[in-house]
Design a binder for this molecule. Structure first.
Ligand code: 3HC
Length: 307
């Protein structure tokens, strides 16, 4: 008798009991005021945490609050939340330009530019001002989390908590385990992600983790196809939506992620694996040089009306 066909496992990632070690988290610090920092602030506040979000300037700090308000307003319009819920969530978020205002946070999630030197400096500072028990997490997409942990005096309490864009809408969180992190830290990160309504997976600290290691060679190849004139960007996007059931095609997704971020991710993948498919396509670099960064700059592969 042939063996019965077995499909993919149906269990949820990180089965119950495997990573149970909740440590009390009430206040979450978020560093970085971009798309991801704003999305993470919304997710954490919506889950009931007090959030202290830090931007480098008063304008960037305020933009976090404005971004969360816009997103919640849309949810109210769609009937997903009441106005009272929106106001409650917003009331849990305070914004600041001072890193020291994160001193009371039980968990800090960094989501600044994908530049290792910037992150190392930031984590050294966070380490010096946060409580000894605080977990310091990075939302990096590709950079070595172990390097970040090792500039702190608490490498056992440093891990990756990697959200996906748009953070309020995407259910996955990659919890990244560097060699130095303790099981308690990983368990707390898993538990935190679950408490935010996300489905965490635990992944070792290798460039790209799971999703970006698979996604970005594909996105880069789409740019190569375009450069070779194989098809228009519209047709390539339509092909991947219609032929593979993806929610959006590669060029729409590159514009969503940001072309500067995409180049940084590809460079980090290339630096680690030296696979030619990860070397950023020349057109991507040229577009970044031209300031065509995608949705956030109003122009990428497509044009976007600025709100
Ligand atoms: N904030 C909050 N919620 C949002 C949102 C946002 N910015 N954008 C969309 N949503 C919600 C909507 O409210 C809606 O929720 P509902 O069904 O409960 O009402 C749902 O998402 C669907 O939104 P829409 O109907 O407006 O639009 P779409 O159906 O086109 O979905 C999308 C938009 C969720 C962005 C979808 O196109 C998608 O899943 N795209 C793929 C995104 C993706 O692959 N992200 C990963 C990028 S890689 C990454 O982030 C890694 C990093 O390291 C670079």
């Amino acid at each position: 008798m042939p063996a019965p066909l077995v499909g993919p496992p149906t269990r949820k990632p990180c089965s119950e009991g495997e990573y149970d070690r909740p440590m009390p988290i009430t206040t979450v610090g978020v560093v970085g005021s971009g798309i991801m920092g704003t999305g993470i602030a919304e997710v954490a506040a919506a889950a009931g945490y007090r959030v202290v979000a830090r931007g480098r300037t008063p304008q960037s700090a305020e933009s976090v609050l404005a971004g969360v308000r816009r997103s919640l307003d849309r949810q109210v319009e769609r009937g997903k939340r009441t106005e009272a819920e929106r106001d409650e969530i917003l009331g849990r978020i305070t914004v600041t330009t001072e890193l020291k205002d994160l001193a009371q946070a039980d968990l800090v999630i960094e989501s600044v530019v994908e530049d290792l030197a910037v992150k190392l400096e930031l984590f050294e500072e966070l380490d010096s001002l946060c409580q000894p028990a605080t977990i310091l997490a990075t939302n990096t997409s590709t950079l070595p989390v172990v390097d970040i942990g090792m500039v702190t005096g608490r490498p056992q309490q440093v891990c990756g908590i990697h959200f996906f864009n748009p953070a309020p809408a995407m259910s996955l969180v990659e919890v990244v385990r560097p060699l130095t992190a303790s099981q308690e830290t990983i368990s707390a990160a898993v538990e935190f992600a679950r408490s935010c309504g996300k489905e965490p997976v635990v992944v070792e600290d290798r460039a790209g983790f799971i999703v970006n290691a698979l996604l970005f060679p594909y996105l880069n190849n789409a740019v190569h196809l375009l450069e070779r004139g194989v098809a228009t960007k519209e047709d390539i996007d339509a092909a991947m939506v219609g032929g593979c059931g993806f929610p959006m095609g590669p060029f729409a997704l590159l514009d969503l992620v940001g072309l500067d971020t995409s180049v940084a991710i590809l460079e980090a993948l290339y630096a680690e694996h030296r696979e030619p498919q990860c070397a950023p396509a020349p057109l991507l670099r040229r577009m970044v040089a031209a300031g065509h960064l995608g949705r956030k700059s109003g122009r990428g592969f497509y044009d976007y009306q600025r709100a």
